[in-house]
Design a protein around this ligand. Structure first.
Ligand code: PBG
Length: 326
């Protein structure tokens, strides 16, 4: 061998060679677009902290999904903004609720060509903004909340959801939902479990997107995970798998690549990662200042998330990345 050994740079010489030896690729099939639909909304409303993302009307949601499908995207996850909120979030399981109407419309238009995933939680529907029932002492009542999730799962699936994605981080939520689905003839509806979901400051822009304020300046630290913990995430996922999760998820993504990596080593189920609102907002803010190339940075982030071990990525970048992959 002659020195210096040029073995490494040899394979970086041209774009075509680099493409040939790339270990990780992002494709439209890996991406799931989170979408917001707002009740009684005439025109889509921009979300200030998430440039390019909208609170959709029923009409504009259908148009957005049409365009996504033309770009080859088949996965979406839906969040609803109801007109009416109450202490238990009863609009979440109203058969005529905003997400249920959207699911019916999408099902009618797309049949099985679209994978419509319903985020399953009550925080967008409760007047206090928590993901469950708040007791008089201010705790979140785990088991009473599970009954709400069961009702919501049924309403979503009966409206046309292909999959439900419980995001509330109540103990036993996957088992409770599986039981309700099976008891009502929905044995073939998968559950995408937000298994390792951290109490992250990176959800800030999402709260603007869904008009949620947690009462009394509260937080979700008694039910979502502490960012300090990694082994606990594996335990969370293990329990969800035992309860019947069909897909597992780590959320957020970039600050938790170690968790994604560990989850990939431990479990063989499809693994999703959620590149959340704050991750998107940071990228867009820096790009808007001309401080980074937004798209290049975005693709680098998504590539890192896949390289760490995620099979699927829920990301607000779906549309623009799909456009560049054309
Ligand atoms: C709860 C839910 C949240 C997100 C998805 N589902 C908010 C939260 O847990 O506070 C956050 C998504 C994002 O920030 O992009 N239903």
């Amino acid at each position: 061998m002659t020195f210096p050994d040029r073995r490494l740079r040899r394979l970086r010489r041209t774009p075509a060679i680099r493409q040939l030896v790339a270990e990780t690729r992002i494709g439209v099939d890996d991406l799931i677009a989170p979408l917001f639909v707002r009740e009684n909304c005439e025109n889509p409303q921009p979300i200030e902290s998430m440039p390019g993302v909208m609170q959709h009307s029923q009409e504009s949601l259908l148009e957005e999904v049409r365009q996504l499908r033309q770009l080859g995207v088949t996965g979406i996850v839906l969040f609803g903004l109801p007109e009416r909120k109450d202490s238990v979030g009863s609009e979440a399981w109203n058969p005529d609720g905003v997400v249920q109407v959207a699911l019916k419309n999408l099902r009618d238009e797309h049949g099985d060509g679209l994978v419509a995933i319903a985020d399953l939680c009550v925080d967008e529907y409760t007047d206090h903004g928590h993901c469950g029932i708040v007791t008089s002492s201010g705790d979140i009542d785990n088991d009473a909340t599970l009954e709400l999730y069961q009702k919501t799962a049924l309403a979503q699936v009966e409206a046309g959801a292909d999959m439900v994605a419980p995001s509330g981080m109540m103990d036993g939520q996957v088992a409770a939902i599986r039981q309700a689905l099976d008891a009502n003839g929905h044995e073939l509806t998968p559950i995408m479990a937000y298994s390792a979901k951290y109490a992250s400051a990176e959800y800030g822009p999402f709260r603007e997107a869904v008009d949620v304020t947690i009462a009394g300046g509260g937080n979700r630290k008694t039910y979502q995970q502490d960012p300090a913990n990694a082994r606990e995430a594996i335990e969370e996922i293990r329990l969800d798998v035992a309860e019947g999760a069909d897909l597992i998820m780590v959320k957020p993504a970039l600050a938790y690549l170690d968790i994604i990596y560990r989850a990939r080593q431990e479990f063989d189920l499809p693994l999703a990662a959620y590149h959340v609102s704050g991750e998107y907002a940071m990228l867009k803010a820096a790009a808007a200042n001309g401080w980074i190339d937004g798209l290049a940075t975005g693709i680098e982030h998504l590539t890192a998330i896949k390289r760490a071990g995620a099979d699927l990525i829920l990301t607000y970048l779906t549309r623009e990345v799909a456009e560049t992959l054309q």
